[in-house]
Write a protein that binds this ligand. Structure first.
Ligand code: NDP
Length: 381
């Protein structure tokens, strides 16, 4: 094991795309996994827990606890269930690092539990930061928790910002592949299969659709705003189809720092675990001679109104990011379930934002209520 990673880990969302990669990276580093969680994939969770010699496995859906117990019988892994158990494995004293890889707002309570317990919190699950970034950053400052970005763009910016101060920064530049519809002029006819085929990254279904709508970039603007303490007005999005430059920081003297690499999430996952060291890893650097040109374009806000909405929510703050996120989660779940057209996702979010109440610096209970209310209103339609 590298000396920078003497860590005991909880992996929230261990059965997902980030979760499975984290299990592999932890194993390669020799990091002990204390606890793992999933939502409903009982057998997959049990297999991961037993193979990784975890002490605890938590299934978020409490009705599946008997099934999990059966799947773990004869092993040393303890079966637990429900939201309180997720918070317990995120804050227990046996663990010093928590990988948040649950998808969506459902990850907020466990993220907050890890932050309040002063853990190193490796943040893949960006939606809690979108909803309650101000609160999470404040709680981390008081508990001493370390917030380590896992999103490749934020990991890149984090590295470009090392040893620098926010006031030296002119702009954060978030790069975006542009998704599968970068060159499609009429988005009214695109299919689900096309939307689920990301050109450069392999990810879970929700973030893959978010990448196709560019809503993922909107969530990332808000994520960056809180992680790096830089106002949304100083964050720019640039389309970079090759996904080689993961993001950049421009400084006030005109110099630009960028972080480059292959599009493979094991790299930022590993760096969040081994920070401040770069440990040996399974991924080779890009072969620059065979890469060809690296190109850049402005995003098209007319075809991708989600990005305009994201800048608006990031700038206005309050409950707008929570409402935008809840509406997006509902619209994407509906779309993934086979309903509606791709462009309906934009309309659902637009309508929810138009009705959003103005609340400056909302408390946690107001954020949670806005999330619940938005979902309730949309499910009545
Ligand atoms: P996946 O859909 O692949 O995995 C989601 C995980 O969360 C699964 O373990 C799932 O369990 C669990 N889960 C789902 N719903 C709930 C719930 N209500 N309560 C508790 N657990 C739940 O997602 P990804 O791995 O793609 O993404 C995870 C997070 O990381 C997202 O926030 C995403 O935006 C972010 N991210 C992902 C990247 C990627 O490359 N995939 C890149 C950067 C960020 P089960 O399997 O049982 O359903």
């Amino acid at each position: 094991m590298t000396p920078a990673a003497p860590r005991v880990l909880t992996i929230l969302g261990a059965t997902g795309s980030i979760g499975v990669n984290t299990v592999a990276v932890a194993q390669a580093l020799g990091v002990r996994v204390h606890a793992v969680s999933a939502h409903r994939k009982v057998d997959e969770l049990a297999r991961i827990a037993v193979a990784g010699q975890a002490s605890v496995a938590v299934i978020a859906d409490e009705s599946l606890l008997p099934q999990l117990r059966r799947a773990l019988s004869g092993s040393a892994v303890q079966a637990q269930a429900g939201p309180e158990a997720l918070c317990a494995i995120s804050s227990c004293p046996q663990v010093d690092t928590v990988m948040t890889a649950i998808v969506g707002a459902a990850g907020l309570p466990a993220t907050l539990a890890a932050v309040r317990a002063g853990k190193r919190v490796c943040i893949a699950n960006k939606e809690p930061l979108v909803m309650a970034g101000e609160l999470i950053v404040r709680e981390a400052a008081s508990s001493g928790a370390e917030l380590l970005p896992v999103d490749s763009e934020h990991s890149a910016i984090f590295q470009c910002l090392e040893h620098h101060h926010a006031e030296e920064v002119a702009q954060l530049v978030l790069t975006a592949s542009g998704g599968p519809f970068r060159q499609v002029l009429d988005l009214s006819q695109v299919t689900r299969e096309q939307a689920l085929k990301h050109p450069t990254w392999s990810m879970g279904p929700k973030i893959t659709i978010d990448s196709a709508t560019l809503m993922n970039k909107s969530l990332e603007i808000i994520e960056a705003r809180w992680l790096f303490g830089i106002a949304a007005e100083r964050i720019r999005v640039l389309i970079h189809p090759q996904s080689v430059i993961h993001s950049m920081v421009t400084y006030r003297d005109g110099s630009v720092m960028a972080q480059l690499g292959r599009p493979d999430m094991r790299v930022p996952i590993q760096y969040s675990l081994t920070y401040p060291r770069h440990a040996p890893g399974p991924v080779q650097p890009p072969d620059f001679a065979s890469l060809g040109a690296l190109t850049f374009e402005e995003p098209d806000l007319a075809r991708f109104p989600s990005l305009r909405m994201g800048f608006h929510a990031a700038t206005a703050g309050g409950l707008l990011p929570t409402i935008m996120n809840a509406a997006n989660e509902m619209a994407v779940a509906d779309y993934l379930a086979g309903h509606g057209r791709f462009i309906d996702i934009f309309q659902v979010i637009e309508r929810a934002l138009a009705q959003a109440p103005r609340v400056a610096a909302p408390r946690l209970d107001e954020i949670l209520a806005a999330d619940t209310d938005t979902r309730a209103q949309l499910s009545m339609r």
